[in-house]
Design a protein around this ligand. Structure first.
Ligand code: SF4
Ligand code: SF4
Length: 182
């Protein structure tokens, strides 16, 4: 058995002395430069993101949106089903009672006072949108922007809720998901 091994199958590898040509390091330098030179003529695998974006699948699951109804009222009733369905436990919310006079803001008597998604936990599986009985949460084809601080990945209602004057289309993606040619 080879000393110092359990199986005895290890083979000692010798280190032959370098020739004067190898000791000049020219072969290694030239070989490295040749590899670099060959890459000048190959198709680039990198792109200039964010100026350029790769084409994405029509059913790509990206950043979420909290939808409003046709009149602009928030659809979410803070029922919590999306949070229960979320395998990453990324969703937290606080429910509140709608006050008289707030009917135009919130669709039903209960609404989400706060609604947060921890995007560092989220795996973009889409279970939350499938669980939602109110068509209130959808994943979109938008890409989660990069950030430097962990707290910037906690997306609250201020960033998730769709603006009444800038609606986000989710029908195209869902048309593809259902097999339509939308
Ligand atoms: S996409 Fe999946 S992981 Fe992300 S919040 Fe929804 S259910 Fe949770
Ligand atoms: S997004 Fe949908 S499932 Fe989640 S709390 Fe709101 S209404 Fe319920």
């Amino acid at each position: 058995m080879t000393p110092g091994t359990l199986s005895g199958r290890a083979k000692p590898v010798g280190r032959p002395p370098m020739t004067w040509w190898e000791r000049s390091y020219l072969p290694a330098i030239l070989s490295g430069m040749w590899i670099t030179f060959r890459h000048f003529f190959r198709r680039k695998v990198t792109i200039r993101y964010p100026e350029q974006e790769r084409p994405r699948s029509p059913v790509y699951r990206g950043l979420h949106v909290l939808k409003r109804d046709e009149q602009g009222a928030e659809r979410c009733t803070a029922c919590g089903l999306c949070a229960v369905a979320c395998p990453a436990e990324a969703i937290t919310m606080e429910a509140g009672e709608r006050q008289p006079g707030d009917e135009r803001l919130y669709r039903e008597e209960k609404y989400a006072v706060s609604y947060d998604i921890n995007m560092l936990r989220c795996i973009f599986c889409g279970f939350c949108e499938e669980a939602c009985p109110k068509q209130a949460i959808y994943l979109t084809d938008r890409i989660l922007p990069a950030a430097q601080k962990r707290r910037d990945f906690i997306w609250g209602k201020d960033r998730l809720l769709e603006r009444p004057d800038s609606r986000i289309d989710v029908d195209t993606r869902h048309g593809y998901a259902k097999g339509d040619e939308a």
